[in-house]
Structures are given as structure tokens and as C-alpha cells.
Write a protein that binds this ligand. Structure first.
Ligand code: FES
Ligand code: FES
Length: 160
């Protein structure tokens, strides 16, 4: 049985007609067409599907789409401030070669956005802890950590 879910996605009011058993991840990818959010494990283990719901990171594979009623969802597609400007995290990931196959990258970017919102000057240990739910099979994490620290410096400079 389908239900209409009214929510905000990347700042835009949307309606989704979804099966009541459909995950937020499947709704975003298959019904809304936002395929930037990736499906890795589909059981909450890898973090590839991380989105922000009312500003908090959520594994979209573990949340029902109907639970998003009235809430604000942010996906990686909403990260860019404008079509010709990258978010500092996206720019830093490019500059540092922090993405290889890229499958983990959207989830890590969203988790890093939340991390830097809570802690603008994270240590390596803070980043390691913050990303402990996001698995990357390619990079060895060092370039990801470097990119996040670089983005943190850029964002701090922009604020001052
Ligand atoms: S796809 Fe959701 S945690 Fe892996
Ligand atoms: S870049 Fe391939 S899984 Fe992270």
C-alpha cells in the first residue's frame, strides 16, 4: 500500500508516494531520483547511505520513508551552495585525492559536514571517531582525514 509522504529534501518541499515498507534510501534513489546516496550493505553496516535528517546523520537504509514525514532531509546533492560552487569539503576531497571508486564518498561527505558543524577544529582522533560508521575500501582513510582537516581550515578562514 502506498502512502504520500510530505517532507523537505535539500530545502525543497516534496511529496513522495511510497510503499509503507520502503526505506528512505530506496525512496530517495528510486522515487525521487537522487542517486548520489549510495546503497552499500542495506543493513546499516557501511555508512554509504548516510544523509542528514533534521541535521542529524542517519543511515537511510535503516529508516522507513514514511518516518521522514514532515522532516528535513539533506543528501549529497544538496551540499553544493550553487551549481558552479563546490562545498569546501567537496573541493578538499578533490584536491587531496580523497575519493577513489567514490562509493563511500557521499556518505562520508554528509557525515563530515555534521562533524565540522559540531566541531570546527577536529583532531585526527575526532575525525576517526566521527567516521567510525563509514567504511571505505579504497583510500586507507589518510587522504580523507587530510581533506576534512583542510576543509575545516578553509571554512574557518571563510568565517574570520
Ligand atoms: S547501505 Fe546503509 S549502512 Fe550500508
Ligand atoms: S573511495 Fe572506494 S570505498 Fe571509499
Amino acid at each position: 500500500m502506498k502512502r504520500i509522504v510530505e517532507l523537505t529534501i535539500n530545502g525543497e518541499a516534496r511529496d513522495m508516494a511510497v510503499e509503507t515498507c520502503c526505506s528512505l534510501l530506496d525512496a530517495l534513489r528510486d522515487d525521487v531520483g537522487l542517486t548520489g546516496t549510495k546503497k552499500g550493505c542495506d543493513v546499516g553496516d557501511c555508512g554509504a547511505c548516510t544523509v542528514l535528517v533534521d541535521g542529524e546523520p542517519v543511515n537511510a537504509c535503516l529508516m522507513l520513508a514514511v518516518e521522514a514525514e514532515g522532516r528535513s532531509v539533506e543528501t549529497v546533492e544538496g551540499l553544493q551552495p550553487s551549481v558552479d560552487t563546490l562545498h569546501p569539503l567537496q573541493d578538499a576531497f578533490m584536491q587531496h585525492g580523497a575519493s577513489q571508486c567514490g562509493f563511500c564518498t557521499p556518505g562520508i561527505l554528509m557525515m563530515a559536514k555534521k562533524l565540522l558543524a559540531d566541531n570546527p577544529r577536529p583532531t585526527d582522533e575526532d575525525i576517526r571517531f566521527g567516521l567510525s560508521g563509514n567504511i571505505c575500501r579504497c583510500t586507507g582513510y589518510t587522504k580523507i582525514f587530510d581533506a576534512i582537516k583542510s576543509a575545516a581550515r578553509e571554512m574557518e578562514a571563510a568565517r574570520s
